[in-house]
Write a protein that binds this ligand. Structure first.
Ligand code: UT7
Length: 329
């Protein structure tokens, strides 16, 4: 029996209409366009506005587009995994809300929270159901409404994040295309540097937690930066070495979009030219679970069958990892 791999057979993204520019942020906090662009690479980000609009709104648009693009019946979908740190509700899973909205009535699903590595963790998880021969159509969607947990009076975080979603369809392949290898890592000691203090079971919401702004992202930027540069570069180099891949063998680095400087350091370590880096941080900022599928969506027209892609991320937890994908269409 030929080996079954999980190939990405379609990709689709969605970003909301509202554009929050660096200029507008200059009116909100003590910052400036020059600082933001030189320290992060971000020029603007998208925000999902409106009452009762959760991450699922964006995920549903991405998944509907994906289904239409691939020309499948939503009833063929067997599993939907949603990567998110900003679920619509604590429970049920956002994946459930997505399934029913897109008409995937034969599918089951669940959410995965691995912060900025959520899409990678979900992609590997989804691929296992395909490789095992259990399912033929699995959707992995990364969606985050980061504006729901950003303090827009805090200049150190408000400039970084945006809202967005991206989805991929995984299908079996027996010709050696798709997800070929992965290295995923977690280190819980990183929790102190990047987290949301309240809202979970340890500190349920109270008037005090709201007044103390504990429902927003807490990030020690410099500490996270150091871990991120090392973590993302190391794991990307590690997956190349493990599979005997040289810089020339790699067509694209598909990095999590947290900071252009972290991405550049990773590419340098991999021996990759700037032209091989997928980058859209300037337009969307850090959309957490959305960054990697949104990159694939933006660059899809430039991808060729057989291209070697390294997907790489680092995020809260800490969590990090890299995936080797051979593009199959
Ligand atoms: O995706 C999840 C993982 N997250 C990340 O990977 C993020 C990692 N961290 C970073 O990307 C960077 O640390 C930041 C972009 C968050 C900050 O950049 P930095 O180069 O580390 O700046 P810094 O925190 O060391 O601050 C340098 C200076 C400080 O002023 P002083 O003390 O030197 O006078 C800050 O107060 O820049 C100041 N500053 C700002 N100035 C203008 C901090 N934020 C701003 C701002 N505008 N928005």
């Amino acid at each position: 029996m030929p080996k079954i791999t999980a190939a990405i057979t379609a990709v689709q993204g969605y970003v909301p209409e509202y554009v929050l520019t660096n200029k507008e942020l200059e009116q909100m906090v003590d910052t400036n366009d020059e600082w933001i662009v030189s320290r992060t690479g971000i020029k603007e980000r998208r925000l999902l506005k409106g009452k009762d609009q959760g991450s699922s709104v964006m995920a549903i648009e991405a998944v509907k587009g994906l289904i239409k693009k691939r020309g499948i019946d939503p009833k063929e979908i067997e599993l939907i995994i949603c990567a998110t740190v900003t679920p619509d509700m604590t429970f049920p899973a956002t994946a459930n809300i997505i399934s029913s909205a897109v008409g995937a009535t034969n599918s089951w699903g669940y959410d995965i929270n691995a912060a900025c590595s959520g899409f990678l963790f979900s992609l590997v998880t989804g691929s296992k159901f395909i490789e095992a021969g259990q399912f033929k159509k699995v959707i992995v969607v990364g969606a985050d409404k980061m504006s729901s947990i950003v303090d827009y009076t805090d200049r150190s975080t408000s400039i970084l994040f945006g809202d967005g979603a991206g989805a991929v369809l995984l299908e079996p392949n027996t010709e050696g295309f798709g997800i070929l290898d992965s290295i995923l890592k977690s280190d819980g000691s990183g929790v102190t540097h990047l987290h949301q203090k309240a809202g979970g079971s340890r500190r349920p919401p109270t008037h005090e937690t709201v007044d103390a702004k504990e429902h927003y992202i807490y990030q020690e930027g410099q500490a996270v930066f150091k871990f991120a540069v090392k973590g993302m570069a190391d794991v990307s180099a590690e997956i190349m070495e493990k599979n005997n891949l040289k810089g020339d063998d790699i067509s694209w680095l598909v990095p999590h979009q947290a900071n252009k400087r972290i991405i550049d350091a990773t590419a340098q370590r991999m021996g990759l030219d700037e032209s091989k880096i997928m980058m859209n941080i300037q337009r969307y900022g850090n959309t957490t679970s959305g960054t990697i599928p949104l990159c694939l969506w933006d660059y899809e027209s430039q991808l060729k069958k057989g291209d070697n892609l390294i997907l790489s991320a680092f995020g809260g937890g800490f969590t990090w990892g890299a995936i080797w994908v051979k593009w199959g269409h």
